[in-house]
Design a protein around this ligand. Structure first.
Ligand SMILES: [Zn+2]
Length: 285
């Protein structure tokens, strides 16, 4: 039952936050009210079942947040407790079964990207090896807070990857082994936010999509004419980075990629709501 042509890609919003201190987190300054961040996941129909890129929070996270998520995050992030946002419920709403999700590709294993993994316990999880080790062996308080062991207590079928000499627009990259059609999805390491953070490149109807995860947070960071980022979000990215130099270097590499190839590659962040709305609207046409 081979499927011909580009893979069908769904854009899912799998979390919603309106962090306190909002005016520092968006473009419009104090007049803008609360900032609104999201989690942007992709659900991809492939020859080898559904592939979920980033998961947002899981059902248990929303039902038992105090048991599963750090108190500081709950105090600051003003998370929307809506089970309808979970990837699990959205997969079902699209007419699929949860077990149809055969593969999960997290950009990294932070709690807002890996939280939904337990809702798809049989899925293989494809991950860059450096990120796997960072999450399994957290070294600092920052890493102990951001990685929640409860998100992999179900012992997922981890598929770990080293860089093996693939190249994608000049970036070293890895092809996860997804069975048939495996050529169309790649892990592209862009570290700094975490030790093994990757972007995920997916070939779709409109050329390449590059899910940049948390390599940047705000669309203004990739604005080629007028690079900008709200103060609070800039600070947050610095605080959360395990290697801020690598992080900023990688933002520059992504800007260069956009400068040279913006007709072939569309870049987006996991958390920018405007980018999500634009891509979701285009996919719905
Ligand atoms: Zn994140």
């Amino acid at each position: 039952m081979g499927k011909i042509g580009p893979m069908k890609i769904h854009h899912l919003q799998t979390a919603s936050f309106c962090p306190y201190g909002g005016p520092l987190l968006h473009d419009r300054g104090l007049a803008g009210g609360d900032a609104h961040l999201i989690c942007h996941s992709l659900l991809i129909e492939t020859n080898d079942g559904l592939v979920l890129v980033d998961t947002g929070f899981g059902i248990d996270d929303l039902n038992e947040p105090k048991e599963r998520l750090p108190a500081a995050l709950l105090a600051l992030m003003n998370i929307k407790w809506d089970l309808g946002l979970t990837a699990a419920q959205q997969v079902e709403k699209l007419g699929f079964k949860r077990s149809d999700v055969r593969h999960i590709i997290p950009t990294h294993l932070d709690l807002d990207h890996a939280g939904g993994m337990p809702d798809f316990p049989k899925a293989q999880v494809h991950i860059y090896e450096d990120e796997y080790f960072a999450a399994m062996h957290p070294q600092t308080l920052n890493e102990k807070q951001r990685y929640r062991q409860v998100h992999w207590r179900h012992l997922p079928d981890w598929q770990r990857y080293n860089l093996e000499g693939e190249s994608w627009f000049g970036f070293p990259a890895v092809k996860p082994l997804l069975g048939a059609g495996k050529d169309e999805i790649l892990l592209v390491p862009v570290t700094g936010h975490t030790r093994g953070h990757t972007a995920v490149a997916v070939k779709g109807d409109h050329g390449w999509l590059l899910h940049c995860g948390d390599a940047y947070f705000h669309k203004g960071q990739l604005d080629l004419e007028h690079e900008h980022c709200p103060l609070g979000l800039d600070l947050f990215q610095r605080i959360m980075a395990v290697d801020n130099e690598a992080r900023t270097e990688n933002v520059n590499r992504l800007r260069e990629l956009k400068r040279g190839h913006q007709h072939e590659v569309e870049l987006f962040s996991a958390h920018d709501k405007d980018e999500f709305e634009r891509l979701a609207a285009r996919a719905a046409v």
